[in-house]
Each structure stands twice: as structure tokens, then as C-alpha cells.
Design a protein around this ligand. Structure first.
Ligand code: BG6
Length: 506
């Protein structure tokens, strides 16, 4: 039966992929090297791209097309985690790669780009379609859009779209202003704001889990859910990104975008259909239901942290203030924990604890849904109620889902012990999962914005994050307040203890 619901369409992943040119601004940067090129190469390897496909790299450094191809080959070899470079596929893919050098502020760059686009349209049959991908310093987003518009490249024989990397603004007014500037050239429907967490298979699976099954949704509300913990922990430090990170901090770098999108996916209402507009409307509605905090509430419901030096596994690890490019007196947060409240009928009164940080004990992203426990204890329980009636959705690594409950220990007595029922993505499907960038790039080429964030969603996130930023600016926290390799500041434990809760140790 025909359906206009893309998630009900068995051919969703066989969708018609149109020909196009992808124009990458910032082609010499880290993201292009580590994520974009490996993802595009993998799509080519899987024969997911149309034959009329081209990539035009743009950056300041002068390079010939061949030098650019060589660099991109190195990046595919180095960063394609699970894809070997196949000479035949590469040769075909590399023929579509070319390069234009120039300065973002110089109109000559856009003139040269126009010539190059005309050339690839004639030679590679890209149909005049172009996807402009902004992977540069955020301060260059608006000037690039302006340059594209001034050269008349915002419109063409085919479609024109703009993909914008995070951060999208640094507060509500800058995000609005950036949207206004982009809208001078591109309609909102052609602006694709990327949040790579939405492209992760396991984040998409939250929707499948919730709305593809009938057994969980009846429990998914304030009557049965005691609280939710969303953890995005990283073991790494700032890895040479000290200068950028010093400006952003954990709250802006992870919570404003990735983790609030995860929260929205966990808490949103089912959408009327799974068309882009419906799904994005529900996400947006949920984000707008998160209570923006007063200053007093921020002090009660948030904790900022910064790591100090420590010895981990026999190695000396520097504190944040000793990292390269970081001010020795920096007040940037490298850890953030927030208790969010969703003011709607489903979730009123249920805390959504969100935490993230660098230099925590391990890399783990997970959502733990703590259900109410039994109202009375009829049996002996080895561990009380700790860690049971708990559903854990593991986003990464070891992607999967576990349900923890109590079970009778074998023997004559009636003693209960926590056990776990586990689903593991890897072993259950035995298939490779596409990377988030593969999924999202293909969606942008096809013109499916379901997994991209819209202007109203970004603004709703900033509206809840901004009051936290403001109160933190006015509050002097004694940094560093956690040791590298630990689970964060003691104040974060105290914040949960005030409501009788404890952070999980994933
Ligand atoms: C990026 C942040 O958006 O996400 C980084 O800027 C962070 O600081 C990264 O390390 C985490 O992504 P992932 O996919 O490794 O969890």
C-alpha cells in the first residue's frame, strides 16, 4: 500500500538519490578529514550515491585538484574505521573531487566557484544541484552565505541547500541573528543545521523502541517514571581544541545541542506521522516545554565543573588550565550537570538529569530511565532497590538496551537479586551500522530534513541554556573542582541527593 510515511516505507533506504555537487567550505579542516570524506567515500563504496556526483573542496591553502585528492585519500585511509580503501571505487570517487582555493571574504572565490560548478555540471552531470557544507569557523557562516548569494549561487538549475555545523550561535540572540543572515540567501527549508547525535543509529532507535512497540509507551510518563539520567561522558580531554573549547565549554558544546536533542527524543509525544514536519514539530514542542530556570533555580539545579591535573593509570594528566591554548585562569566548564523539568502533562515533576564532561572515567553515552519501584518489600532484597526497575538505552559504545529487575535467587528462601535482560545491537543484527555522517549527508542530498534541527528547535534550546550561562557567569565557582579521571564534582552528587537520587556509574 502506498504510504507518505517514510519510516513505514520499506524502500526508505532505497530512496532516489539525485545527482549533486557537494561544496565543502573548510576542506582542509579536521571535520572534513575525520568525518565528511570517510562518510562520502563509504556512501560511494556502498553504491548509494548517484553517478553524477562531485565534491568541490574550498579552503585558503593553494592546492591542485590532484593534491586535494591525495590529501583526501590519506584521510579515508586514516579515518575510515571499518572500510578498506578499494582502488576501483576510489579511482571512480576521486575523479569527482576537485578544489578551489580562496579567501571567504573575496568575491573572486565565489566567481571561481561558479565556474567550477558549471564545469562539474557539464562534465559530471550534477544536474545543477548543489549542497553547500559549512565546516569552517562559525564566524564565517554568515559571510559565506552572503558570498554565495552575491554571486547568484543560492539559486541554480537544480536545488541549492546549505548544511551548517554546530555551534549555531552562542546564545539566543546570536542564533536568531545567524538564521536571519542565512535566510537572506536560503529559505529555512533549505537550511540543514546538523546535530550528528540525531544521525546516530541508536538515537534513531529510541523512536523505534518507543513508538514501534506497544509495551513501553503506557509506562512512559510521570506515573511510572521516577526520574531520567542522560549521561554523555568522555574520557578524552580537549585534544588540541583548547582554544575553541575555552570559548564553548561543556554546557554549550554538548548539552545545548546533542543532549537536549536526546532528551527531546526520549520525552517527545508520538508524532501524527513520521514526515519531517511532524517529527520536528514534536521535538520542538518538547524543547519548548522545558522550564527555563530563574537564577535561584540554576543554583539549585545545575553544577559546573572543571578538571584538575591527576595521575591516571600511571600517567600524569594535565588539568584543563594547563592544556595548550587555554588561559591558565580559565573559568570554562568542562563538566556540566543540569536537572531539567519538562512542564507538560506527561512529565510534570519528573527530573531529567543531564550530565556531560571531559576527562571522566570512560566514554559512555546512555539514557537511564528509573521506574518507580514496588510500593512494598515483601521479600529480602540483596541490594534494596538500587539499580533495579531501570531501563538503560546505551547510545555508545556497546550499543544496546538493558532492563534491570529483581529475580529470585535459586534456593529455598525467597531472596531477590538484581538481574539484567540485555539486547546488544552488534550481535543481534551482525551488520555494520552507518556512521551518523553517512546517514545525515545522504538525507541532505535526498532532501529529507527529519534528522536536522530547525530554527525554532535551536532557539528553544538556547532559551533554556541561556539562563544557566548567565547565572554561571555571575557565580564564582572554585575551579578546578574535579580530578581528571573522576566522575565529576561532589556538588553534582549533592544535587541528586537533595531529591534522594544517586548518579549511576555506567
Ligand atoms: C562534538 C563536540 O560535537 O561532539 C566534541 O564538539 C565531542 O567536544 C563530540 O567530543 C562527541 O561526539 P561523539 O560522536 O564522539 O560522541
Amino acid at each position: 500500500m502506498p504510504t507518505d510515511n517514510p519510516f513505514q516505507d520499506p524502500l526508505r533506504f532505497e530512496r532516489q538519490v539525485p545527482p549533486c555537487a557537494i561544496v565543502i567550505f573548510g576542506a582542509n579542516g579536521d571535520l572534513t578529514k575525520r568525518k565528511l570524506l570517510p562518510a562520502l567515500y563509504r556512501l560511494a563504496y556502498d553504491r548509494r550515491l548517484a553517478s553524477g556526483f562531485a565534491v568541490i573542496g574550498i579552503s585558503r591553502t593553494p592546492l591542485t585538484d590532484d593534491q586535494f585528492r591525495e590529501k583526501m585519500r590519506d584521510s579515508v585511509e586514516q579515518f575510515s574505521e571499518d572500510t578498506k580503501l578499494d582502488e576501483e571505487v576510489w579511482a571512480d570517487f576521486a575523479r569527482g573531487l576537485s578544489y578551489v582555493a580562496g579567501d571567504i571574504g573575496d568575491p573572486a572565490l565565489y566567481k571561481n566557484l561558479a565556474d567550477k560548478l558549471a564545469q562539474v555540471e557539464a562534465e559530471r552531470h550534477t544536474g545543477g544541484n548543489a549542497l553547500f557544507y559549512l565546516s569552517t569557523q562559525p564566524s564565517q557562516y554568515a559571510p559565506i552565505a552572503h558570498g554565495i548569494g552575491a554571486a547568484g549561487l543560492g539559486k541554480g538549475n537544480g536545488w541549492r541547500r546549505l548544511v551548517v555545523e554546530k555551534p549555531f550561535g552562542h546564545d539566543l540572540s546570536s542564533a536568531r541573528e545567524l538564521s536571519d543572515r542565512l535566510h537572506e540567501v536560503f529559505e529555512e527549508s533549505d537550511v540543514y543545521r546538523i546535530d550528528h547525535y540525531l544521525g546516530k543509529e541508536t538515537v534513531q532507535n529510541i523512536l523505534a523502541f518507543r513508538f514501534g512497540n506497544g509495551i513501553f509507551e503506557p509506562l512512559w510518563n510521570r506515573r511510572y517514571v521516577n526520574h531520567v539520567q542522560i549521561t554523555g561522558a568522555e574520557a578524552i580531554g580537549v585534544e588540541g581544541r583548547g582554544a575553541y573549547y575555552q570559548e564553548a565549554g561543556a554546557l554549550d558544546d554538548m548539552i545545548q545541542n546533542h543532549l537536549l536533542q536526546v532528551l527531546a527524543t526520549i520525552a517527545m509525544e508520538p508524532s501524527a506521522s513520521f514526515q519531517a514536519t511532524s517529527v520536528r514539530d514534536e521535538r520542538s514542542k518538547l524543547l519548548r516545554s522545558i522550564r527555563p530556570m530563574t537564577s535561584a533555580e540554576v543554583l539549585e539545579n545545575t553544577v559546573a565543573g572543571q578538571y584538575g591535573a591527576a595521575r591516571i593509570g600511571g600517567e600524569d594528566v594535565p588539568g584543563f588550565r594547563q592544556e595548550q591554548g587555554v588561559d591558565p585562569k580559565s573559568r570554562t566548564n568542562t563538566y556540566a550537570a543540569v536537572a531539567f523539568f519538562v512542564d507538560n502533562w506527561r512529565w510534570a515533576g519528573v527530573p531529567f538529569y543531564v550530565r556531560t564532561g571531559k576527562r571522566l572515567p570512560k566514554r559512555v553515552t546512555e539514557i537511564a530511565i528509573q521506574f518507580n519501584t514496588a510500593p512494598l518489600h515483601l521479600f529480602n532484597q540483596d541490594s534494596g532497590d538500587a539499580g533495579v526497575n531501570l531501563l538503560i538505552l546505551r547510545i555508545q559504545p556497546e550499543e544496546g538496551i538493558s532492563l534491570k529487575f529483581l529475580s529470585k535467587r535459586p534456593g529455598s528462601g525467597m531472596t531477590l537479586r538484581p538481574v539484567s535482560m540485555d539486547f546488544n545491537y552488534g550481535s543481534s543484527f551482525g551488520e555494520r551500522s552507518p556512521s551518523a555522517y553517512e546517514t545525515l549527508l545522504l538525507d541532505a542530498i535526498i532532501g529529507d530534513p527529519t534528522l536536522y534541527t530547525r530554527q525554532d528547535m535551536v532557539e528553544a534550546s538556547w532559551s533554556v541554556v541561556e539562563p544557566i550561562q548567565n547565572t554561571w557567569k555571575e557565580t564564582e565557582t572554585d575551579f578546578p573542582n574535579y580530578a581528571a579521571g573522576s566522575w565529576g564534582p561532589a556538588a553534582a552528587d549533592a544535587m541528586l541527593a537533595r531529591r534522594g537520587h544517586v548518579w549511576r556509574k555506567p
